[in-house]
Design a protein around this ligand. Structure first.
Ligand code: BGC
Length: 262
């Protein structure tokens, strides 16, 4: 299966769903331009967020749209997703580990579903339509939120599940020190947080020598507070699709997977 960003999708539209800790958001996506083709719908993530409860909520969300049955559906999930199966659960209910996310949601919705890691979806959308569009070589997209998500795209091909938020740096799981949640929890100033980000990105840059680093997650809207404080070899820029990235990337990857399967 080819995941390159060129040539363009042959499927013009797909549905993307972003499953997060507090909300499940979905919208149909126009894959020619990488934008929603109808307003996004958000429903709260059920508590506890067990596979069955989340799958039922996803079905409810999809049913609120009148979608053609054959439209590819992509879902993001904040865990390692290998061939549809969740292999980790850093910030989600443990019962997901070992669950085939694609099968559980396909059963609840009656549709073929493609599941991907949340940062892979967001990063792939940035590579295809956003801040890294047209960039050759190694693109690293890092999302800073509750955890740290990472997405590596090499000459347009996604290398999935890099999980660079869990690098062990100075004896700590990196995201426990450098995620946006650590800044909030410890009430760090922008300067203090930027020092942690400097350490984090220096290690990551030493490992991958990216040509471009894109920073996503909600806090990237405040990029002028911390990105100028970082000193790296590669240019480091804010994401441009913001909270649309996960939905758009999930839809794009689902369309590619459906094309490859046909
Ligand atoms: C998870 C990743 C996820 C990231 C962002 C990390 O804790 O391990 O799978 O991409 O958080 O949600």
């Amino acid at each position: 299966m080819s995941l390159t960003t060129e040539p363009h999708n042959t499927i013009a539209g797909a549905f993307g769903i972003d499953i997060g800790g507090s909300g499940i958001k979905g919208a149909p996506v126009d894959l020619v331009v990488g934008e929603f083709s109808a307003d996004r719908v958000r429903i709260p993530t059920p508590k506890p967020a067990t596979p069955k409860a989340v799958a039922a909520a996803v079905a409810e969300l999809i049913d609120s749209f009148d979608l053609p049955h054959e439209m590819p559906v992509g879902v993001t999930f904040p865990a390692i997703i290998q061939h549809g199966v969740a292999l980790s659960a850093a910030n989600v209910d443990d019962s997901w580990i070992g669950t085939n996310v694609e099968k559980v949601i396909a059963k609840a919705t009656g549709r073929r579903v493609h599941a991907v890691n949340d940062a892979d979806a967001a990063g792939f959308a940035e590579a295809l339509y956003g801040a890294a569009r047209g960039q050759e070589g190694v693109v690293l997209v890092v999302t800073l939120g509750t955890g740290i998500g990472s997405c590596l795209v090499v000459d347009g091909t996604l290398v999935p599940n890099t999980e660079l938020g869990h690098l062990e740096i100075d004896g700590h799981d990196a995201e426990s020190r450098a995620a946006d949640s650590a800044r909030e929890r410890e009430d760090l100033s922008w300067k203090e947080w930027a020092e942690r980000l400097q350490r984090y990105f220096s290690v990551v840059e030493g490992l991958f020598s990216p040509d471009l680093i894109v920073v996503g997650g909600g806090v990237s809207k405040k990029h002028e507070k911390f990105l100028p404080l970082l000193d790296l070899r590669a240019p480091i820029v804010p994401a441009s699709l913001f909270n649309a990235a996960g939905i758009v990337g999930a839809a794009a990857l689902a369309a590619r997977s459906a094309t490859a399967a046909d």
